[in-house]
Ligand binder design. Structure first.
Ligand code: NDP
Length: 333
């Protein structure tokens, strides 16, 4: 059994030295448990937070422990009535090739309906994050402008497409011409803007002639700076992620808080952070809606699948630098 452990807590970007590979014996399931062979591991930005011991909404991974993560796995041995060998399940087994899990924490997947990898992306946590955060906090109305960054990625691509389903105009922000072309031509965004362009702020303003009514915040940093002046009166800002600052939590910047608070007051802005699990009661409706949208080709998705657990640290580093193109997944087995 190959496992990836947290070896050291990174100060800046995570690199190979922060992880350690370890080979162990196969674990044995107890009563009520199953032995899983991990097929796919999801790599997500939140894992950077788990590598740090700074106070957050979830506990950090301890040094020497297996890195945490969502997985799609095959049951190879079962000591539970609920599962039999060969079943494919969604589990939270982390960065390893085999794991033991309590049967009650698993969800059975049906490989006949949609590809099982979607349980880690569009039909899983990232898709649900987009759905719940946009609809509950963003509340897009027909004709409004919804802007989103990291818009070719797992969460952002769903945000833009759901916004269009609700009749809003979707403006996608991403890094580089390839991602922008994909959002326009494949995902149907109404306008796309490359945040790496030197005149990014001007281009964004041109792409939003009526201002921005909903900004789904995934990034922070220079993207937020360009968005802020464009927010309309009564704009809503679901704060979902701030990936631009995950590797530089201590960065000292000019104090922009007074200007922000003035905008919140004078433009009656609503800025509201959320962690998707807050909206768990919407999960059933999400599965229904999202399956329908995928089946009718109103929502498309892209996965970036990297082969081999040994490549996980490098792929994860790339996720925080925008090197992934679509939902980042490691093919483990
Ligand atoms: P993505 O698939 O979108 O991949 C991350 C992308 O972020 C990169 O591809 C890159 O896209 C962009 N990015 C990275 N660094 C920067 C930067 N400095 N400036 C601008 N863009 C950058 O990841 P996810 O869809 O999984 O996650 C998107 C966001 O949603 C993250 O902030 C994540 O933490 C958050 N999230 C929050 C949840 C919640 O419950 N609140 C749950 C799940 C995710 P590009 O090349 O276009 O710049």
């Amino acid at each position: 059994n190959l496992r990836v452990l947290l070896a050291k807590r990174p100060q800046g970007a995570p690199t190979a030295e922060h992880f350690r590979f370890e080979e162990t014996q196969l674990p044995e399931p107890s009563e009520g448990q199953v032995l899983l062979k991990i097929l796919y591991l999801s790599l997500d930005p939140y894992m950077r937070g788990r590598m740090s011991d700074a106070k957050s909404y979830a506990k950090p991974v301890e040094l020497g422990d297996v890195m945490e993560g969502g997985t799609v796995a095959e049951v190879v041995e079962s000591r539970s009535e609920a599962f039999k060998p060969g079943d494919i399940v969604l589990s939270h087994s982390g960065w390893q090739s085999f794991a033991v899990a309590d049967a009650k924490g698993l969800r059975k997947l049906d490989p006949a309906t949609v590809p099982v990898t979607t349980a880690l992306g569009i039909m899983g946590m990232p898709g649900f994050t987009a759905y719940s955060g946009l609809l509950t906090i963003g509340q897009p109305k027909p004709g409004e402008t919804v802007a989103v960054a990291a818009a070719s990625g797992a969460v952002g691509s769903a945000v833009g497409q759901i916004a269009r389903i609700k009749g809003a105009r979707a403006v996608g922000i991403a890094g580089g011409p390839e991602k922008c072309a994909f959002m326009r031509d494949e995902l149907g965004f109404d306008a796309v803007v490359d945040h790496k362009a030197a005149d990014f702020a001007e281009r964004l303003a041109a792409a939003c002639p009526d201002g921005i009514d909903v900004y789904f915040e995934n990034v922070g940093g220079h993207v937020w700076d360009a968005v802020m002046p464009l927010l309309n009166e009564f704009a809503r800002v679901p704060v979902c992620g701030l990936i631009a600052q995950y590797n530089t939590p201590e960065a000292k910047e000019a104090d922009r808080l007074p200007a922000l608070m003035r905008s919140v007051l004078t433009r009656s802005l609503s800025i509201r952070g959320f962690i998707q699990r807050e909206f768990m009661d919407q999960r059933r409706q999400f599965y229904t809606d999202m399956s329908e949208w995928i089946a009718s080709d109103r929502v498309r998705y892209r996965e970036d699948i990297v082969d081999g657990l040994r490549n996980a640290p490098e792929a994860f580093k790339g996720l925080l630098e925008g090197r992934n193109f679509g939902k980042l997944i490691i093919k483990v087995a």
